[in-house]
Design a binder for this molecule. Structure first.
Ligand code: ADP
Ligand code: MG
Length: 221
């Protein structure tokens, strides 16, 4: 018996194919991620890593295939249900579209909580911000934060709802070696502290050594 089958899957994708208008069809090998099995998504630039993260986060319905997140077929959900489900289960750290600029750090976390259908929990917010050394920035607006602080605030927002999955797209792009290590430490620590499974996409070879489980998009990089 394979042990794989005894472990609960947090994410399971099969038969996924997607084609953007005018583009080639992108096909993805099946992927099954057991709870706690942090996984690195590898592939050259343009191979489809971001597309795959969008598909498994409920942001982009593929033309074919099944996406099970925490046991739920994602695209069987009506759009509003899907938004709530995403807010509860998936923490997203994308390169663009970070924080709402007209809101403070704390308010950004509050809307993440209400978006997930949970009540606002200010104690939880203070705890998460404290763990990320941002407690003193709760009432600051994003344009008053350093780059590193903005990234940590985005991580705080991603973990505030205790997601089952923490998805990050190229979190170390444009970082030097030292900060790459720091951000990875932070993501691993956050995943442990909040019981989340990491799914990180990168073309950054430095990241590879930190992951036991990798998944290749497109041809070998
Ligand atoms: P990666 O993240 O690995 O760099 P992407 O998932 O961003 O790759 O892109 C995969 C392919 O899909 C590329 O050829 C890209 O040009 C194309 N693509 C990505 N997003 C869109 C879009 N919104 N519309 C059309 N084509 C897209
Ligand atoms: Mg990308």
């Amino acid at each position: 018996m394979m042990q794989q089958h005894l472990l609960k899957s947090v994410a399971s994708l099969s038969g996924i194919a997607h084609r953007y208008p005018g583009g080639e069809t992108l096909r993805f090998a099946d992927l099954d991620i057991p709870v706690g099995q942090h996984t690195l998504i590898l592939g050259n630039s343009g191979s489809g890593k971001t597309t795959l993260l969008h598909i498994l986060s409920g942001l982009l319905q593929p033309q074919a295939g099944s996406v099970l997140i925490d046991g739920q077929e994602l695209y069987d959900l009506a759009p509003r249900k899907l938004d709530t489900y995403r807010g509860q289960r998936i923490g997203l750290i994308f390169q663009e579209a970070h924080l709402v600029k007209s809101l403070t750090v704390k308010e950004n976390l509050q809307i993440a909580q209400s978006f997930a259908g949970a009540g606002v929990d200010n104690t939880r917010i203070q705890n998460v911000l404290a763990l990320l050394e941002l407690g003193h920035k709760a009432h600051s607006y994003p344009n008053k934060l350093s780059r590193g602080q903005i990234q940590r605030a985005a991580i705080a927002r991603a973990v505030v709802n205790h997601p089952a999955i923490l998805v990050a797209d190229e979190p170390t792009a444009s970082l030097d070696d030292h900060n790459t290590e720091r951000v990875l430490d932070l993501l691993f620590t956050q995943a442990e502290q909040h019981g989340a499974t990491l799914i990180i996409a990168t073309h950054d070879k430095r990241v590879k050594a930190r992951f036991e489980h990798t998944y290749q998009v497109g041809g070998a990089a």
